[in-house]
Design a protein around this ligand. Structure first.
Ligand SMILES: *Cc1c(COP(=O)(O)O)cnc(C)c1O
Length: 296
């Protein structure tokens, strides 16, 4: 049974591994503590979709074999007694990934489609149109997803000047922009390579007024692309663990903390800035690594 406790979420003040004393403060919003498997931000993105879905016969969504969103959706459905379905990219593998096993164990129905067919999401939806399923986009992308993620901002201290998060679809980032106060800048660390058009997808989730808020997306911290994890990243994750006792993952938050450390080292932020970094979870992404590589 899935046990989610919002009281587990806390804020920790940290010292970055970067050398030298800088006159700024860094804290981490530990949304990862919500649950060991369900990424903190995924849960927030889903919360309003789930409410809308209650009158439908099932919730259906899309994801790859390693999708954190798939597992979070499976968990949410399990908790609320809803049937969960995921259209999975690629043929059914002979050995299931940890995420597929988890989703299945939570009662999710998995429907495997070829990579080519997966690209035609509207065609897939049409094929099941008689089913009365509530569809959620891949990654939870959408305005309701952003509204759900915006409630993460309720945990953030108003004195924070910079809110920094990892971005995949940008839905969490958009949600944080929605609630950002006038003196707060939201910074997204893009973990994908070469998808600079993501900023258009984010603007589609924001009103004209929200688009005038202070935010920027940094594209230099992908480490070669989605889920790529060269030694430099792994070494940093171990260093970060040693300095802070906070675990991170190779897909999202390792890159996020690396970026924050690197930006601080370069004096990107003005003195007295108060940074809050969103630990969105995703630690199960490390299961694909051989044992012993990470020190946590
Ligand atoms: C999915 C995910 C993200 C990215 O969230 P988006 O809203 O898609 O940008 C960040 N961190 C973790 C741990 C995730 O699982």
């Amino acid at each position: 049974m899935i046990d989610i406790n919002f009281k587990n979420i806390s804020i920790e003040s940290i010292d970055l591994p970067v050398g030298g004393k800088r006159k700024l403060s860094v804290s981490v919003l530990r949304a990862d503590l919500l649950h060991p498997i369900i990424s903190g931000n995924k849960w927030f993105k889903l919360r309003f979709y789930i409410e809308q879905a209650k009158t439908f016969s099932a919730i259906a969504t899309f994801g790859g074999a390693y999708s954190n969103h798939m597992v979070a959706t499976a968990a949410a459905c399990n908790m609320y007694g809803l049937k969960g379905i995921c259209i999975v990219r690629g043929e059914e593998p002979s050995v299931y990934s940890p995420s597929l096993l988890q989703a299945k164990a939570l009662g999710m129905q998995l429907i495997f489609v070829s990579r080519k067919d997966f690209e035609g999401k509207e065609v897939i939806k049409q094929a099941y149109r008689s089913k009365n399923w509530f569809w959620i986009n891949e990654g939870g992308y959408g305005i309701e997803g952003a509204n759900g993620a915006s409630t993460l901002h309720d945990y953030i201290n108003p004195h924070n000047t910079h809110i920094i998060c990892a971005t995949g679809t940008g839905t969490t980032f958009a949600g944080l922009i929605k609630k950002a106060l006038p003196h707060q800048t939201v910074i997204g660390i893009n973990v994908l390579k070469g998808n600079t058009s993501i900023i258009n997808e984010i603007n589609n989730l924001l009103t004209k007024e929200e688009q005038l808020k202070k935010y920027s997306m940094l594209h230099e911290y992908h480490f070669g692309g989605y889920a790529k994890h060269p030694k430099e990243l792994i070494d940093f994750m171990n260093l970060f663990w040693k300095a802070t006792s906070i675990p991170s993952d190779i897909v999202y938050t390792g890159k996020l903390f690396y970026a924050v450390n690197h930006l601080v080292a370069q004096d990107f932020f003005t003195e007295h800035s108060k940074l809050i970094v969103i630990h969105s979870g995703g630690l199960q992404g490390n299961y694909s690594l051989p044992n012993g590589i990470l020190h946590f």
